[in-house]
Design a protein around this ligand. Structure first.
Ligand code: DLL
Length: 443
């Protein structure tokens, strides 16, 4: 544990720390960000009114659209000249979301990322191969700074050039791999094709995040790369990677409550839900200087666990993010997340862990076409039987009817960052033009 004193802080002490820091955050937001001031005034809430953590329920939400509407710097609490760095994510439509950091913000981010890596079992002196994309995406530089802060030996590889990734992982003796889970699988695949057995390499830990992944996918990656696959969570609006991370017990992600306040709400009513119930994760920053956010609606669907983990850490755990509520498909009335489809698909006999979900409108009805890939060496004659098997499992386990097409190995495009799993060809209600929604923020 990097900071045992903080990571195992008793609940009451954590609560006290959160209140104190929330007060300072409210002050910062109220004094320096016109939008927050106007919303707090409208809610009749002054920073000095905060008595207990329950008062959070009175604070206004902040949405991603608020960041876009005040593009580029409108929600910053510091003049740009006082910042040390900007990151941005480019949405598929409209303007990018821009986030800013003071030197102090970068410092705390590096600390939290170092804490997350240590929590996953990374040690000083480990060679850490960083295949998260460097650039405006927060994954590359976020993992980089944290790894340096911990004292690991960073290989700043970024995404792409997959053959070269395999060579350097082997040649440099990397013990740790940082990438999106989908890219980890692409690396495994290229290694296998080259006849390189990464299971026999020094790789022992994978730090995977930036996109949803199922338990089945974790198992697949662990088996093919011969490592412990650790889930890490974060988002650029709040900081970047390192908002929460699993420990080696892989039992939910420790959300770093000394820097963030986590709530799960019912996305329709906006009401806070008790620990254990699934809903939308809402995060309030407690120590951000440049971009304090009050009750930021992440759209990520999860549950919170308050019990202390067997590792001794006391901070609330965020369970695996099953998806974003804006990624949820409603197929003839059945709500489905792509990760549910993945969980059923990955591990079926002969089926490779690469897939694409194509949603179409046929007449008045939604229709799902599932493109899956055969594993190398699978006889083409068995594709029909595989397709029937997958369609049957989708019906009985997920509850939706699908047309399944089995494609030859390598037919589904691989990503070097965040994988695009859904192609939604349904006409959009607003413009009648087929759209491909989803976030194109690159990992
Ligand atoms: O993806 C930050 C990050 C980089 C996290 C590297 C972990 C590792 P954004 O590009 O702003 O930031 O995207 C944030 O990605 O709201 C989730 O929907 C999704 N996401 C991130 N981590 C996970 C995860 C980075 N472990 C958005 N599981 C978030 C599921 C995740 N979804």
């Amino acid at each position: 544990m990097l900071n045992p004193g903080v990571e195992t802080l008793p609940r009451e002490k954590l609560d006290m720390l959160q209140i104190e820091r929330l007060r300072a955050t409210l002050r910062n937001a109220y004094d320096h960000v016109p939008l927050h001031r106007a919303r707090l005034d409208a809610a009749g809430f002054r920073p000095g009114d905060l008595r207990s953590l329950d008062d959070v329920a009175h604070l206004p939400f902040t949405l991603k659209s608020d960041l876009r509407d005040h593009y580029p710097f409108g929600l910053f609490a510091r003049p740009v000249a006082q910042l040390a760095r900007l990151h941005a994510s480019s949405g598929t439509t409209g303007k990018a979301t821009v986030v800013g950091y003071t030197r102090g913000d970068l410092d705390r981010w590096a600390d939290l990322m170092a804490r997350s890596l240590a929590c996953a079992g990374v040690r000083r002196g480990d060679v850490l191969h960083n295949a998260y994309g460097y650039g405006l995406f927060t994954g590359g530089l976020g993992a980089h700074d944290g790894a340096e802060r911990l004292g690991a030996v960073v290989v700043p590889m970024s995404g792409g050039s997959t053959e070269r990734q395999v060579a350097l992982i082997t040649d440099f003796g990397a013990r740790v791999l940082c990438s999106t889970p989908s890219y980890a699988l692409a690396i495994a695949e290229v290694a296998e094709r080259q006849g390189v057995d990464l299971r026999a390499s020094a790789l022992a830990i994978g730090i995977f995040g930036a996109e949803p992944w199922s338990a089945a996918m974790r198992k697949e990656i662990e088996e093919r790369l011969g490592l412990l696959a650790i889930d890490i969570y974060g988002l650029s609006e709040i900081m970047g990677p390192g908002v929460a991370c699993e420990c080696r017990l892989q039992n939910g992600l420790h959300g770093w409550e000394d820097h963030f306040l986590f709530e799960v709400i019912d996305p329709d009513s906006g009401r806070a839900l008790p620990d254990g119930e699934a809903g939308e994760l809402v995060i309030t920053t407690l120590t951000k200087e440049a971009l304090p956010l009050l009750r930021y609606r992440t759209r990520d669907v999860t549950r919170l666990v308050a019990e202390r983990c067997d590792c001794g850490r006391t901070h609330r755990r965020i369970l695996r993010i099953t998806g974003r509520n804006d990624d949820m498909l409603i197929i003839r009335g059945v709500n489905v997340y792509p990760s549910q489809i993945e969980a059923v698909l990955v591990g079926r006999p002969g089926v490779a862990p690469h897939y694409l979900i194509v949603v179409e409108r046929r007449g008045a009805l939604d229709h799902v076409r599932l493109e899956v890939e055969a594993l190398p060496g699978v006889d083409v004659d068995s594709h029909d039987a595989m397709a029937r098997d997958v369609a049957h499992c989708m019906k009985s386990l997920v509850g939706i009817s699908t047309d399944v097409t089995v494609m030859p190995p390598g037919a589904i495009p691989r990503s070097t960052g965040k994988a695009v799993r859904v192609r939604d060809l349904r006409p959009k209600a607003t413009d009648g033009v087929p759209a491909t929604p989803g976030d194109d923020r690159r990992g």
